[in-house]
Write a protein that binds this ligand. Structure first.
Ligand SMILES: Nc1ncnc2c1ncn2[C@@H]1O[C@H](COP(=O)(O)OP(=O)(O)OP(=O)(O)O)[C@@H](O)[C@H]1O
Ligand SMILES: [Mg+2]
Length: 253
């Protein structure tokens, strides 16, 4: 691992962070918040997701998630890996070569947890296929957002209703409770086997802001981000947008 992000006297190096976890654990929500927070430090961030982080991947995503498609298990494994291979080559690698911080909403561990543990496949085989897809590009840090299975699925249903989404749950979300429980257990097994790469936040009892605080704490520690010393020059009532300062006149925090 070779992390060298220092904000005070800007030292940068490519950093690859993935967000993982069961359905409704808050990955997409936290990915956006984390990207915003890092950008406020003036750091270059690329936020992307799987499946569907490329034009080709969007087509694969449609095939993978369309409820009426009857995919064989190995077809699902291979399409996920194909999406990933394209994403790595076209998006992730170039961004890392440009010294960006890449935040990816789902990556290899999703395949291991969902297609491996969830669909009761040989996890080692799924891993081998995915290693071919990523060519050794493992994340520096994987934030595992854990959630109690029912709570995660409820959040999802609520969100769909709130947004008036008529299409309902996708092909993978529609799987039964036992599948989603195995996914959750699978993620826990994965993090136990690689505690150096993973950091876990249990989001079951936490609101979005509390999870964001925990995520930020972990990322700052792992990336060694230290607050730059900036004196806020704005008067009361004025908002300051200098780097991370959004103090609205109350001084940089
Ligand atoms: N800690 C939380 N507490 C309550 N609700 C949350 C929390 N985090 C996210 N949510 C809400 O739950 C819903 C699902 O969150 P989000 O889409 O971020 O999850 P996800 O992990 O990306 O899900 P998926 O695996 O389906 O992509 C959203 O409506 C979001 O606002
Ligand atoms: Mg999501």
């Amino acid at each position: 691992m070779n992390l060298r992000v220092r904000v005070g006297r800007t030292v940068m190096a490519a950093v690859f962070i993935t967000l993982e976890g069961p359905d409704g654990s808050g990955k997409s929500t936290q990915a956006v918040l984390l990207a915003e927070r890092l950008r406020r430090f003036g750091l270059p961030v690329l936020l992307t997701r799987e499946p569907g982080g490329t034009a080709l991947g969007l087509t694969l995503r449609q095939i993978l998630l369309e409820p009426s498609n009857k995919l064989a298990v190995m077809t699902e494994v291979l399409l996920m890996a194909a999406d990933r291979a394209q994403h790595v080559e076209e998006v992730i690698k170039p961004a890392l070569q440009n010294n960006m911080i890449v935040i990816c909403d789902r990556y290899v561990d999703s395949s291991l947890a969902y297609q491996g543990f969830g669909l009761l496949q040989d996890v080692a085989k799924v891993k081998t296929i995915n290693e071919a897809a990523i060519g050794g590009l493992w994340p520096h840090l994987t934030l595992l957002l854990d959630v109690e299975t029912e709570t995660g699925l409820q959040r999802h249903t609520l969100a769909s209703r709130r947004q008036g989404r008529s299409e309902g749950l996708d092909r993978i979300e529609q799987r039964d409770l036992e599948f989603h429980r195995r996914v959750r257990q699978g993620y826990n097994r994965l993090q136990e086997s690689d505690p150096q790469r993973f950091a876990v936040v249990d989001t079951t009892e936490l609101g979005v802001d509390d999870v964001a605080q925990k995520v930020w704490h972990i990322v700052r520690q792992r990336l060694e981000i230290s607050e730059p010393e900036i004196t806020c020059t704005k008067k009361e009532g004025e908002s300051c947008e200098v780097n991370h300062c959004r103090s609205a006149g109350s001084g940089c925090k």
